[in-house]
Ligand binder design. Structure first.
Ligand code: NAD
Length: 255
């Protein structure tokens, strides 16, 4: 059973997977707020909601790393839709830099967006949550190095953050879970090619993640907490880091 009319917050909800998640909750009959730095994306989301007769759709243009604004954001949502019952922490960025190219500013930017901001926003919301649940978006890179070190490190930290929140919220019967996408195609990004996704290359769709998030936040998952569902077409089944390095020709010494 999936309840309706919940006050849902989706961070990073203006594009890609986050947008698909926000739309899935609206289609379920929930009151949905997205929080995103992308003003145009927020406007498009509102327009889509109006055109599709979703009356309870709100967009807040804000930067999750600005912790000082969190209280104001929460108050705004509560005023419009009531206490937040479902929090989807989806915001995440990469640095697109190798370990050796990473500057302190890149490090701070990725860690602030992927960990520090979500941690303090979730803490502020969770403190007053009476019921509901929280879902975070991690990545298959929570367990596998990527080359973009700050990104993979932030996702590994997010994995522990989920477990800590799950443990701390269990006495209130508030469940905290995660989804770990593999390569997902979205409106802005065609995923990197991996040599072998068992269920097929480039088949991951934003709705595959949205469906899992909707399930985790429903009463159908009422005994699941501290769990992270991997949605990667089986990529984690194969040793793809090894396969990637295998493609690089090894140096050959000719005597
Ligand atoms: N697309 C994939 O293949 C894939 C795979 C694994 C994990 N993920 C995870 O999914 C999440 C988003 O992926 P996506 O494909 O939807 O990407 P996306 O870039 O389309 O969406 C990210 C959204 O977050 C917003 N955002 C970025 N920084 C922000 C900030 N400081 N404050 C508020 N909003 C901010 C962006 O404006 C954007 O709307 C990330 O957590 C990412 O790590 C994606």
């Amino acid at each position: 059973m999936i309840r309706k009319n919940r006050s849902v917050l989706v961070t990073g909800g203006a594009n890609g997977i986050g947008l698909a998640i926000a739309k899935a909750f609206l289609k379920n009959g929930d009151a949905v707020t997205i929080l995103d730095v992308d003003k145009n994306g927020c406007k498009k989301f509102r327009k889509w909601a109006v055109n599709n007769d979703h009356k309870k759709a709100m967009a807040i243009v804000a930067d999750i790393t600005e912790i000082i604004t969190h209280r104001q954001i929460i108050d705004q949502i509560e005023k419009a839709h009531g206490p937040i019952e479902v929090l989807i922490n989806h915001t995440g960025i990469g640095s697109s830099k190798s370990l050796f190219e990473t500057e302190p500013d890149d490090f701070d930017s990725v860690l602030n967006t992927n960990i520090r901001g979500p941690f303090f926003l979730s803490q502020a919301i969770a403190k007053n949550m009476r019921r509901g649940n929280i879902v975070f978006t991690t990545s298959v890179h929570q367990d596998k190095p990527l080359g973009d070190a700050t990104y993979a490190m932030s996702k590994a930290a997010l994995k522990m953050l989920i477990l800590e929140f799950a443990l701390s919220m269990a006495d209130k019967n508030i469940r905290v879970n995660g989804v770990a996408p593999g390569a997902i195609r979205n409106n802005r990004n065609v995923p990197a090619k991996f040599t072998s996704v068992p269920l097929g290359e480039c088949r991951g769709r934003t709705k595959d993640i949205a469906n899992a998030v909707l399930f985790l936040s429903s009463d159908n998952a009422s005994y699941i907490t501290g769990e992270i569902i991997t949605i990667d077409g089986g990529l984690s089944l194969v040793n793809w880091v090894f396969q990637k390095t295998e493609q690089i020709p090894l140096p050959i010494t000719i005597n």
